[in-house]
Design a protein around this ligand. Structure first.
Ligand SMILES: [Fe+2]
Length: 317
């Protein structure tokens, strides 16, 4: 379907996800194109552009900032960590260390992060203010067939298909999200998280069912950060989360994005879809360098049940 600005949209997933043609993000876009793009992202949840994404990290930051306030990794910098990429808005989604060498399993924290990101999640739901859009540009890709694709789930369709009984059961529930819960689940034997009890740390509290700001559709807002249900016995809440999660993870809700070329670019809406990284054979053998930025949600549900006056960001000290 062509838009007024010449953007052509081809749906590439079963119920969501689109590839765009007729748009070149090597150059700044007009306000009109920006507005259309916001609508398309809201409707499809995941949109990709082949080869013609923003050309540099600064271009990526400038592009992303037009969609909203950008999240940043300042807490890491404040903690004195050296970053490979200097811009604090860029999340380093690569398998490279600060010297540009491929990370090995000897780097326990990076390995734990990689496994954590391979579980289904929406970025930043463990924070008091949730993340809205994430944008990922491909700088260097591993050889074809060595893995590293990104997978997505349609959380609106998953909600639609719930039984009426389940919709009634979950409509007012609040889930408590924890980064540490995800990391412990993904790395059960890692000494890094052994002594961390998720409940000892603040959690992001967000409603299990959210109304999407653009489409008005209901969305199932559960992912691998969801540790328990607020006000419900721990076991009972975790069993319910598991049940909802098992439902969402069905292949009929999934789109697999294969990265093909440098310059490939994907934008997804964390308030409507889940995603996960895949761990492939490339991991310890070939460079895979992608750069991410994210916007913070500015909608009515941005802070969920959290106090907008508080700020914390979870992570290892
Ligand atoms: Fe992510």
């Amino acid at each position: 379907m062509p838009y007024a600005t010449g953007i052509e949209v081809t749906q590439v997933g079963p119920t969501f996800a689109a590839e765009l043609q007729g748009i070149n993000l090597n150059h700044p876009i007009s306000d009109e194109t920006l507005e259309e793009l916001k609508q398309i992202i809201g409707k499809y949840g995941v949109v990709s552009v082949r080869k013609l994404g923003p050309k540099s990290d600064d271009d990526l930051i400038a592009f992303g900032a037009r969609f909203g306030e950008l999240d940043s990794i300042r807490p890491h910098k404040r903690a004195g960590r050296k970053m490979r990429i200097p811009q604090e808005e860029i999340f380093d989604i690569s398998n490279l260390d600060n010297n540009g060498e491929i990370v090995t399993t000897a780097d326990a924290e990076r390995t734990a992060t990689a496994y954590g990101n391979a579980l289904w999640h929406a970025d930043g739901t463990f924070n008091p203010r949730r993340t809205h859009l994430s944008m990922l540009r491909a700088v260097t890709l591993p050889p074809e067939g060595t893995g590293g694709h990104t997978e997505y789930l349609d959380a609106a369709q998953a909600y639609d298909d719930l039984s009426e009984e389940m919709k009634e059961k979950v409509k007012d529930l609040v889930a408590c999200h924890s980064l540490f819960h995800n990391r412990k689940t993904a790395n059960p034997d890692s000494p890094l998280f052994k002594n961390i009890v998720p409940q000892d740390h603040p959690m992001g509290k967000h409603k299990v069912v959210q109304r999407h700001d653009i489409t008005g559709r209901s969305v199932l807002f559960i992912n691998s950060y969801a540790h328990h249900i607020d006000g419900m016995a721990l076991e009972e809440g975790q069993a319910l989360i598991r049940e909802l999660f098992d439902h969402m993870k069905q292949e009929k809700y999934m789109y697999v994005h294969h990265w093909k070329s440098t310059g490939d670019f994907v934008i997804w809406d964390n308030t409507g879809v889940l995603h996960r990284a895949t761990i492939g054979n490339y991991q310890h053998h070939h460079v895979r360098d992608l750069r991410r930025i994210s916007t913070l949600d500015s909608g009515p549900a941005a802070y969920g049940m959290n106090d907008p006056g508080t700020y914390w960001q979870q992570g290892l000290p």
